[in-house]
Write a protein that binds this ligand. Sequence first.
Ligand SMILES: [Zn+2]
Length: 170
Amino acid sequence: MPLIPFKHLLNIINFFRKTENECGSEALVNVYWDKHDSTYIIDIPEQTASPASVHGSTNPAYSNDRYIHYMGIHSHCNMGAFFSEADNKDEQATRVYTVIGNVRSDFPEIKARISNGGTHLEIDPNTVFEDYNRKKAQSNAWFSQLQKRVGDITGMLFGIFSRKNGGGVK
Ligand SMILES: [Zn+2]
């Protein structure tokens, strides 16, 4: 299973912000893997939510062999990212669960875990979301620009940079 594309994560966070802002409540999003098209599907199920809880159903359209219910993601409005007692009770099905905390903040917190028949194991969100916390391709591109410019500027900066890289700026 590939990592969930970063654009999906951004869209989900923005959806959670809007729900918090306009309804003052948590929200739930389901992520399915479409085996036929080899792609992720983001679904907003029917749900009942309050400022500190959310209960959702699963969309019957994705309850068949073509789809894997890969992940459930819910928000916390002004609480950090942690799995509450209520979450422990709700998150019994075997799949990945993610909680996004402090959605009002510019930089929300993210935690993820696997539920295996109701036994939970917390995992690094990097193992399920593409480029979460490290947009590799972009930062590599920026880094190579930096090397080039530093090489072009002064001997002093060049020297520092050379040593850091064990000599020689390519
Ligand atoms: Zn929760």
